[in-house]
Every structure is written in structure tokens, then in C-alpha cells.
Design a protein around this ligand. Sequence first.
Ligand code: 5IU
Length: 260
Amino acid sequence: KINDVLKYSERAAMCTNELSRRLFGIMDKKKSNLALSADVTSSKELLQLVDKTGPHVCMVKTHVDILEDFNQEVVEKLTSLAAKHNFVLFEDRKFADIGNTVMHQYSGGVYHISEWADLINAHAVPGPGVIHGLKKIGASKGRACLLIAEMSSSGNLAKGSYSQDTVKMAEENKDFVIGFICVSKVSSDPTFLHMTPGVQLEAGKDNLGQQYLTPSEVIGNRGSDIMIVGRGIYQAQDPALAAKQFQIAGYDAYMARMAE
Ligand code: 5IU
């Protein structure tokens, strides 16, 4: 069996990392491969958005550093919503410094990311030290990391041998790296999660380089596991309805892929 014909539940059983097992389990139980990218700038708006869309998502991705009014209570409430709706919390911090620096950025400062985020991500550009630093903080807390193998924005430099070397770095750190941000399937290992940003119900772009693909392209044709949707949901008239539409589109694409 290759990756494409394995169900989420079967892949969950193959995972040795607790968080990837949990995430595949949530995807199976909630019938959702949708991650909300909750890129709003007020805490109140963030918490309302997450509560409304929570039933439809397997994961919520945050950028806590864009909140105008960040405080400790926000992450406490986010954590409660994650428990209430059963989703994973992913802080899209994109660590990209030497190991010693990212240790502080991950555990300290204003945000204490390691205290509440299940999942974080990192660029591979500094070399494996970035992973080793993050792992020192996160592994014992049951956290995990994604590597950015590819990006969705036009003209980005994460391609070719850079992407391939990023996959190798993940393979060498499988105890902490559970997958990738990517726009194509970069690994055939079924225990790795592929997560793709730049998704809307219609293909297109914004005016700052973001490029959009559809759920059926991302999940069906490209074999990604999770689609990450921001403006397609939170700028919709009815974000809960939009989330439901993305949930259905993404899950249908997964089911169609399994049936092939
Ligand atoms: N994001 C991307 N592309 C990438 C990476 C991260 O869009 O390659 I790495 C983030 C940026 C934003 C979200 O938080 O995903 C996409 O938001 P929209 O769906 O609003 O474009």
C-alpha cells in the first residue's frame, strides 16, 4: 500500500509521535482536513472566530504576534477552545535562527509559545541546529514541529534541492518533526503530514504574491493532507458556513483520492 490509499486511522496507528497520531485521529473522527488560519488582529475577534469554526477544523493556526491586545488569557481561552472542539493548536512562528536563539524565542519572550502551542514550524535555512534547539524545549512537553519545504508565494526560493534537503532534515529528526508546509507531496512516508497554505474555493492570487489552489487540487491531485485556509474563511460573510464548505470540499477530495 502506498501513502495515498491509507486512511487517516491507518496512518494514525503507524505514527510513533503522539501529536501526529492525535492529529490523524482528529481528522478521522471529525472528518476534517481543514486548518483555519486565524489571522485576525483582535483577541475578541480571534476567539469568536475560533469558537464558531471549531466544529469544522482539525487544527487552528495562529500568528499571535499580530494580535493588538495579546495577553496570557488569550492563549488560555484558545487552549480551552481546542479542548472543547478537539483541534490542534499550531503557532505559525516560522523559526529561522540558530538553535540557541530559537530556544529562547520558543520558550520565552512575551508569548511563551512552547507553553500552549502543540505545533510550530521552522525554516530549514539555518541547518539542523534550529530543530535541535526547538526540540530541547518542545519534545518533553509533547510538542512537535513542521519544516517549511515549500511556500505558496510566487518567486519563493524554497524549491529543488533546498526542498529535498529539507525533507532529509525532517527524516533525520523524526522524533520531533512530524511533517511539512508544502504545496506538493514531498515525502512518501505515510507518518509525515503534508500541510498546504494558499487555498480558496477558486484558484487565483492576492496582490502581494499569495497564490491560491482549490481543495480538490491540493488534497486530491497533489496529495496533501491538510489544507490551511485564512481569508477564504475569516473574510467570508459567514465564517462558520465557509468553514463547513471547505471541510466538505476537503473531505470529499480525500475520499475521492482513496477511491481511485
Ligand atoms: N502561509 C502561506 N504560505 C506559506 C506559508 C505560510 O500563506 O508558504 I510557510 C500562511 C500565511 C497566512 C496563511 O497566515 O498561511 C494563508 O492565509 P490566506 O488563506 O489568507 O492567504
